[in-house]
Design a protein. Structure first.
Length: 213
C-alpha cells in the first residue's frame, strides 16, 4: 500500500469514527486504527467490504472512494427507502433510534453548502412519514460528513437522543420491517387500452333497422 494512500484512508476512518461512534468508544477505536500497519489496514478494509479482496488501493480508479459511493454504485447492499434525481434515502444499519435514516446526495459532495435541494426535500418527506408511523417527539435533520461525502441524518427523537448516543447494529429482519413501513412503493406503469375496431361485418350487425314511415 502506498504510504500516502494509507495516510488518507486512516484520516477518513478516524473522521468516520469521530462523527459516528459513542464518546466512550472513540478513543479506543482510533487507537486501533493507528496501530495497524499498511497490510493490516488493507485486510481490515477487505473484511469490511470497503474494497474487494482481489484489488489493491493502487488500482482503485474504478472503485468508489467512500462507503456511500459504494452503496450508490451497488457494491455495498443497503435498505433503500426512497430516491429522486439527486439523492437517495436509506436506513441506517447502526441506528441511534427506531427509524434512523439518511438522505445521501448521489454526487460525492464534500460540503453541506453544496448539497442539492432535492436532498433536503427527500429528508423532509421521510421525516413526515417517520412522525406519522412512530410518533417520536420530533425528527431532527442533521448534516454530517463521512469519508468526505456530505449527507443528512434523519434522526427520530424519542428521549434525549443525539448523534453521540450509542448505536446498536440492527438485525436484517428489523430493517426489512422498517423498509416496508417507510419505503415508497414503485409506481405501477399505466396500461394503455385501445378500443377494438369493428370489422365491416360486425358494423353491419350493429346497424339500427330503418324506420318505416
Amino acid at each position: 500500500m502506498h504510504p500516502e494512500q494509507s495516510k488518507q484512508i486512516r484520516e477518513q476512518l478516524i473522521k468516520q469514527i469521530s462523527s459516528t461512534f459513542p464518546a466512550e468508544k472513540k478513543e479506543v477505536a482510533i487507537q486501533e486504527i493507528n496501530k495497524m500497519d499498511d497490510s493490516q489496514l488493507e485486510e481490515f478494509l477487505i473484511k469490511n467490504n470497503l474494497i474487494k479482496a482481489q484489488e489493491t488501493l493502487q488500482n482503485q480508479q474504478t472503485q468508489p472512494k467512500c462507503i456511500f459511493c459504494a452503496i450508490l454504485s451497488g457494491q455495498i447492499p443497503s435498505f433503500k427507502l426512497d430516491e429522486n434525481k439527486k439523492a437517495i434515502a436509506i436506513l441506517e444499519i447502526n441506528p441511534i433510534s427506531k427509524g434512523h435514516a439518511m438522505a445521501i446526495p448521489k454526487e460525492h459532495i464534500a460540503t453541506s453548502g453544496k448539497l442539492p435541494s432535492q436532498t433536503f426535500t427527500l429528508a423532509k418527506k421521510l421525516s413526515k412519514k417517520i412522525k406519522s408511523k412512530f410518533k417520536p417527539k420530533e425528527v431532527k435533520i442533521i448534516s454530517s460528513n463521512l469519508m468526505g461525502h456530505e449527507f443528512l441524518n434523519i434522526l427520530p427523537i424519542y428521549g434525549e437522543e443525539t448523534l453521540d448516543s450509542e448505536r446498536i447494529p440492527a438485525k436484517p429482519e428489523e430493517l426489512e420491517k422498517l423498509k416496508k413501513l417507510l419505503g415508497t412503493k414503485p409506481r405501477k406503469k399505466a396500461v394503455k387500452r385501445t378500443l377494438k375496431k369493428n370489422t365491416p361485418k360486425e358494423e353491419e350487425r350493429f346497424k339500427l333497422p330503418k324506420r318505416v314511415p
